[in-house]
Design a protein around this ligand. Sequence first.
Ligand code: AMP
Length: 228
Amino acid sequence: MVLLLFGPPGSGKGTQARFITSWLTIPAISTGEMLRSEIAAQTKLGRLAEEVMAGGGLVSDELVNQMLVQRLAQPDCAGGFLLDGYPRTVSQAEFLDSLLARQGFPPAKVVHLAVQRDGLIARMSARRECPVCGQIYNLIHQPPKQKGLCDRDSTVLIRRKDDHASIIRQRLKAFDEITNPVVDYYRGPQLHEIDGNRSSPEIFEDIKELLQQALAMVRSRTKRSATP
Ligand code: AMP
């Protein structure tokens, strides 16, 4: 199964990606995380992306598509994968669709986390993450047990450079102007809207139910085609 998690910055995609990936045992691929690793390693790609990301804009389609093709060629993606933060433009969506078709994957399932804008900036400003295990916290709704430290490995939590109010506003603007049309691109049977204005476990329950139905359909189709 190929799954796309779609929603504005701060809608909880990263948290849901973690839940889904440990449930379905498929890799979760976040283009944002990949780009941050490229910046940390100061690769050519990282240096090209750094300034754009610092301003809350979008990295070019060409760079992101190229990075994605390399990641999807890894053996762990052969049985399916989840994409968090990609596609972010209609052109990326078209690129992905033709890539999936060429590689024999069925059309992706798109889960759209729909959230109210009120409070989104406050929620994102309160976001902290563990630089080692990637666990995401929120100082208001889901604080760590010990102030400033990861529950899992006691690493000092960090705030993403682009999780500051002025940059968050730019990221939301980029989402509204460039990324939102991707929802219209996918509108139809493959698009599923989920109310993202609830607690993470509640949202995950809905996603699970949705995916269980999809998995059951795939299994029954496979069984039917295997019956002589
Ligand atoms: P995220 O971690 O998904 O919030 O992404 C952080 C930043 O990485 C975004 O604000 C963009 O600058 C960049 N980025 C991540 N994914 C993409 C993408 N698919 N296309 C263009 N830029 C991206």
